[in-house]
Design a binder for this molecule. Sequence first.
Ligand SMILES: [Zn+2]
Length: 124
Amino acid sequence: MLTKEQIEDFKARLEKERDILTTELASLGKRNPTNPADWEPAPQGDVFGADRNDNADIIEELHENNAAINDLEVRLVSVNEALVRINEGTYGVCQVSGEDIELDRLNANPAAKTCMEHMSEGAV
Ligand SMILES: [Zn+2]
């Protein structure tokens, strides 16, 4: 069982990670205006022009940014879900077995949803 202090500590770490992820997403893309949880790649500075090679470079950069954005979004969702579990009082409990998640595992990944034994069954 986690103590209140341990949970507060993980909460602070998760909130910090959420802020870092949000900053990274903002540097790579822009929020989808119709879905604030979704981020889209946005050209940084460059805009499409008359030069085909320049445009190809911009498109390639957008594709790379899109892959990075997807990774960051996935991580941000896990972090936000962990923060919800803290609010609901279910944080630190394996979602497969219902047992306490090992402290080592939470230290390595505060957004962990499962104990080590069930890592492969619960995403992340
Ligand atoms: Zn488990």
